[in-house]
Design a protein. Sequence first.
Length: 200
Amino acid sequence: MSPLRVLSRDEWGPLAEAHRSRAEAATRDHVARRRAGVRHRVEDFLFDYYGIRPGRLLRWHPGPGVGLADAPDHASWPLYRTTGTVTSLDLDAFRAKRASGVAFALDVLTQTASRPAWFGCFGLHEWAMVYRLDAAEVRHRSLPLRLGAAGTDAVVEAHEIRCSHYDAFRFFTPAAAPRNLLQPVKERQAAQEQPGCLHA
């Protein structure tokens, strides 16, 4: 294992502060809406769907192989360790906790990049998620269907749908799922993803 590159507080402090400023700017509107009890149907999607807390995004991580001198806050974070006055990511603990997830992600990304891209989906997965649903069944009822229910159904029926992304396909309506040329499953995600998919 290569030795740690140790940064003094004078070196890493500005990096952490610059990161925090960028993250605060990117999350400011979401945080203000949340405090006011107001929702933005589009801009809050990633925070809601993935359960991301803005406060976690404010934390600057130096990455593996970098030690921070005089970093008591980092010392209390999960998966960090302090040796003497230097705090760093505990790679052994990280591997023990995250190895399977990292290996899965690497496999998905490597296999996805190895395939030719197909760009003809045109976001039809979104249409397939509301195909033949009663208005009361639509998850995001506050966003009106641009073409109405009948028009949306007609678009789905008029196009070839070949969604390769499991996390989109799993939200297809029961009527739409058989219309998809592919039937993605989580266990075969690495073998099914393709680089033209907006999710990939």
